[in-house]
Design a protein around this ligand. Structure first.
Ligand SMILES: Nc1ncnc2c1ncn2[C@@H]1O[C@H](COP(=O)(O)OP(=O)(O)OP(=O)(O)O)[C@@H](O)[C@H]1O
Ligand SMILES: [Mg+2]
Length: 237
């Protein structure tokens, strides 16, 4: 994190994303305006095809809007050069995916270290950060296991350690509990909540999981590329 100041993780103004395939245009996001505050559990919920992943990809600087304005951690992403976008993403944004997306030939520790490669840490620093974060998520005894030697919940713990090892401003999690049974999902949700509080990270989820949605500080309902409702849980001081 660059600072713990209040403010917004994400500001979108009239954001649209259109995909054109041949003669057919699909409008995945239509004129979306939203402000996501820092340091919260924010959830994008809506039916399949409603635009959740498209929105996460734009916030994560993996994709760009067709029109409109996108600000992430106070930066206008369209104004950055491609190299700066890659650096910005590496420094500020961690990703957690439904399918874990670990590199199969690397151990748990190497998977976490790999995410730190772009950031200029020394090899020993990468190693100590990866070990510390894997211990923090309960995998101190599994540093040298490869993904195929880990359970689904353990793989998602590695992915959480990988996302947080660089201490990013924002973690984007696309249906992070969809491939887990309900008890393991519960444990992973509790772990993400604990980590969010400890590191003051902004977590932004796409999800259908009622267990995860019940933990939301705020929920954005999306239908056909439009944010139709925002509901906010009252914060207890
Ligand atoms: N690369 C692409 N090329 C063309 N159309 C796309 C592309 N990515 C997404 N779309 C379309 O954009 C719309 C929104 O897709 P998106 O993946 O954002 O939905 P989603 O809400 O994440 O759905 P799910 O819950 O199934 O993951 C869909 O109509 C989809 O077919
Ligand atoms: Mg999706």
């Amino acid at each position: 994190m660059t600072d713990g100041a209040p403010g917004n993780a994400v500001v979108l103004q009239s954001v649209s994303r259109e995909y054109v395939e041949g003669d057919v245009a699909v409008v995945a996001l239509k004129d979306v305006s939203m402000t996501i505050p820092r340091g919260r559990f924010s959830m994008l919920v809506g039916p399949s095809g409603s635009g959740k992943t498209t929105l996460l990809n734009i916030i994560g600087c993996i994709d760009q809007q067709t029109s409109g304005h996108v600000e992430v951690c106070g930066h206008d992403i369209k104004a950055l050069s491609d190299n700066r976008v890659a650096d910005f993403r590496a420094e500020n944004i961690g990703f957690i995916f439904q399918g874990f997306n670990l590199l199969p030939v690397l151990t748990a520790q190497e998977n976490v270290e790999y995410a730190l490669l772009l950031l200029g840490f020394s090899a020993s620093e990468r190693q100590s950060r990866a070990r510390a974060m894997l211990s923090r998520v309960g995998l101190g005894d599994h540093l040298h296991h490869r993904p195929n030697q880990l359970s689904g919940g353990q793989k998602q713990r590695v992915a959480i350690a990988r996302a947080l090892a660089k201490d990013p401003e924002i973690v984007l999690a696309d249906e992070p509990t969809a491939n887990l049974d309900s008890e393991t999902g519960r444990q992973i949700i509790d772990l993400m909540r604990t980590m969010q509080r400890e590191f003051h990270t902004s977590f932004i989820f796409s999800t259908h999981d009622p267990q995860l949605i019940s933990e939301a500080d705020e929920t954005y309902r999306i239908r056909d590329g439009i944010v139709v409702e925002r509901s906010v849980k009252e914060l207890v001081a």
